[in-house]
Design a protein around this ligand. Structure first.
Ligand code: ADP
Ligand code: MG
Length: 398
């Protein structure tokens, strides 16, 4: 179902209550915004609202203040940075709701911007308390939801308010929905899914759901060892989820039944310790990993094999790094896959917080069709779940 967006409503003279994701890291020493990526990501929607005569009331959470006011998590530094980026004043409120905020909103003119204080200073936010949601809803005529990163949570500022105000998607939310629903429901074939990361148990939902549509699934990361061990291979002291061996076998069987090609690594990079300086070797899986050694990356033969499988793909989804990419010695596999996707003509969609971080670290994020901004939310979307923060957005009519 298509969702209504900010483009589909009249904003002129309206009080537009927008939920953004301004959960930015702050510099511990200066208290200023250390990385303004999330603020910049909201600029398109913000400018559109202002250009179309809206009075913009922004809200977001920052960190986990546990339902109490905590100056450490104030959005003040965000107001400052946003003002610089917009080149206009952003009025910072001392609270999220209440008479003072209401008075300030009353004074607003078209094109004005107000930022409410951290929504999580009120316990009603994460409890999705209807009273708190009503207080927020009082401030607007329309709700714009651009916080994809919290879409898997039913909180007052994204979901609760939608009971009292019409809720429409911002541009960022719209883009997330467009790409993620395409790969979940309607991918162009051949469709290759690449899965990695730490645990099979974290990714069962994703594997099962994407297997319904995928032609090929490539498996790397630490979770490959649970699959390899299930097939009787010697994986040494690599990370294995012993209680998930049966599950791995059943996934392999299910792939066979569904005629989905499931591809496991044929070699890997091993070391005795997860350290840059540790002695490293590359071994074939057939040969086996000796005891005392652990696999930390896919090997060069596997990279070639995966490249071949990706060659004719028209749609590629990637979730989960191929190895411990945070350590240079074990980052080659993840980098090679990222480079392959960057050069591919396929629609390329990256989900998962660490996968997005990897692609960004390699400077390849803008070479992908879409890098999801929501870690947990993108995983739940790929699992086929309905996210409360998307369900609450109005469906397009007709
Ligand atoms: P995402 O956040 O993209 O969903 P995960 O959280 O599942 O990804 O996994 C990311 C982590 O997996 C990374 O921190 C990486 O270091 C780790 N990882 C990948 N391969 C291995 C491995 N062979 N051994 C240990 N950790 C690994
Ligand atoms: Mg992660």
């Amino acid at each position: 179902m298509e969702k209504m967006s900010v483009r589909d409503v009249d904003l002129k003279g309206k009080r537009v209550l927008m939920r953004a994701d301004f959960n930015c890291p702050l510099d511990e020493k200066t208290g200023e915004v250390a990385d303004d990526k999330r603020i910049r990501a909201a600029l398109d929607t913000i400018r559109y609202i202002l250009d179309n005569g809206g009075k913009l009331i922004l809200m977001s959470h920052l960190g986990r203040p546990k339902g109490k006011r905590d100056p450490k998590y104030s959005l003040k530094p965000v107001a400052k940075r946003l003002g610089e980026l917009l080149n206009k004043p952003v009025k910072m409120m001392d609270d999220t709701i209440g008479p003072e905020v209401e008075e300030a909103v009353k004074q607003m003119r078209e094109g004005d911007v107000i930022l409410l204080e951290n929504t999580r200073f009120h316990s009603g936010e994460t409890k999705n308390d209807p009273e708190f949601a009503k207080e927020l809803a009082k401030l607007g005529d329309i709700h714009v939801n651009d916080a994809f990163g919290t879409a898997h949570r039913a909180h007052a500022s994204n979901v609760g308010v939608a009971n009292y105000l019409p809720s429409v998607a911002g541009f960022l939310m719209e883009k997330e929905i467009r790409y993620l629903s395409k790969v979940v429901s309607n991918p162009t074939h051949p469709y290759v899914v690449i899965l990695g990361g730490v645990k099979v148990s974290d990714k069962i939902g994703v594997i099962k759901n994407l297997m319904k549509k995928a032609d090929t699934i490539l498996i790397g990361g630490a979770m490959m060892f649970t699959f390899l061990k299930a097939l009787g291979k010697a994986v040494g002291d690599s990370l294995v989820e012993e209680d998930k061996l049966d599950l791995a076998r059943s996934i392999i069987d299910e792939a066979n039944e569904k005629k989905v090609e499931l591809v496991l690594p044929i070699d890997c990079v091993i070391a005795q310790e997860m350290k840059q300086k540790a002695e490293r070797k590359t071994v074939d899986i057939e040969e086996g990993i000796p005891m005392g050694w652990k696999g930390f990356d896919i090997g060069p033969k596997t990279v070639e094999l995966f490249k071949e499988k990706l060659q004719n793909a028209k749609t590629i989804v990637w979730n989960g790094p191929m190895g411990v990419f945070e350590i240079k010695a074990f980052s080659d596999g993840t980098r090679a896959i990222a480079e392959t996707l960057a050069q591919s003509d396929a629609m390329t969609v990256i989900g998962g917080g660490d996968s997005a971080a990897a692609v960004e670290r390699f400077g390849l994020a803008d070479k992908m069709s879409h890098v999801s901004t929501g870690g947990g939310a993108s995983l739940e979307f790929l699992e086929g779940k309905e996210l409360p923060g998307i369900a609450s957005i109005k469906d397009k009519e007709g």
